[in-house]
Design a protein around this ligand. Structure first.
Ligand SMILES: Cc1cc2nc3c(=O)[nH]c(=O)nc-3n(C[C@H](O)[C@H](O)[C@H](O)COP(=O)(O)O)c2cc1C
Length: 263
């Protein structure tokens, strides 16, 4: 059973997690539980209100999640108030390195882990499905998000962990994330803005969760070397001007319009 208020901290690269989080918020609200949404990229973990129930929502990346999301989770304050916490992630198919490890991190900090759910949504990288297949997957995802939120409200949700396997996958994931951060990887898999397409609107600068995009003197975006590959800039650029070498056949996926990220 959740406390009076939920503070839901989330990150979404291309909109799938945002849809899940908004659906859950609607269900909580309908059931009389107010929800405050907080963007992880704009939030300070040390400022979370330990008297509220904490929600965490984010996409799976490299079998766990992005480095800056990990940073937020690891920096959550310790609590002696039995603060309830639940987690939801959006994924294309398989994670393995997140449910158990996050459970252990928050448990050791004194939280009461009340629920976890992984929700399959359309893939946004390596393989992009056609519109119909994406819509069907989103509909199934929304139904699962609804059931999960109801389970949280009624106290039926659970957050267990599979030891060993999840720890092994976690370390594989951390190694992958380290490679992603490396200069060599950042140079080889570099996102670029095509100046012929770019209208210099600067939306990519506002969308980047890790401030990795700046504007040059002539107002073209300059991509730095701290990209987390959340794909926001390439997926949401209104001109499709940002290319990413790991996009599937040059295609991009997005579940929502750019302005929903900027609200
Ligand atoms: C860099 C990157 C790595 C990913 N790694 C995984 C993964 O290991 N397992 C998986 O199931 N999905 C993976 N995905 C797919 C996303 O988790 C999935 O499409 C998710 O719904 C995206 O959520 P978002 O739109 O909120 O960013 C990855 C996506 C990206 C961009």
């Amino acid at each position: 059973m959740v406390k009076d208020v939920i503070d839901f901290y989330y990150f979404s690269g291309t909109g799938n997690t945002l849809l899940v989080v908004k659906k859950m918020k609607d269900i909580f609200t309908e059931n009389g539980v107010p929800v405050n949404l907080h963007k992880i990229e704009n939030s300070k973990p040390e400022e979370v209100n330990l008297n509220h129930t904490i929600g965490l929502g984010f996409p799976i990346a490299e079998l766990s999640t992005y480095n800056f999301v990990w940073k937020f989770i690891r920096a959550l304050p310790e609590t002696d108030q039995d603060t309830e916490i639940f987690m939801v992630d959006a994924l294309a198919g398989f994670s393995g390195g997140i449910v158990g490890p996050v459970h252990e991190i928050v448990r050791k900090k004194g939280y009461n882990p009340i629920g976890v759910e992984e929700i399959v949504m359309p893939p946004n990288i390596f393989y992009i499905q056609d519109g119909k297949a994406c819509n069907e997957k989103v509909q199934r995802g929304m139904m699962k998000a609804e059931r999960y939120a109801l389970d949280i409200v009624s106290g039926r949700s659970k957050w267990g962990r599979v030891p060993l396997i999840s720890d092994v996958v976690y370390y594989i994931s951390l190694a992958g994330l380290k490679v992603t951060k490396s200069n060599l990887n950042q140079k080889l898999l570099r996102l670029e803005t095509n100046h012929e397409e770019c209208r210099r609107c600067g939306i990519c600068v506002k969308l980047c969760p890790v401030n990795n995009i700046t504007l040059s003197e002539d107002k073209y975006p300059v991509h730095g070397f701290n990209c987390e590959y959340c794909l926001r800039c390439t997926s949401l650029c209104p001109r499709g001007a940002v290319s990413c070498p790991i996009n599937y056949k040059g295609k991009t996926y997005r579940a929502v319009k750019a302005r929903e990220f900027l609200e």
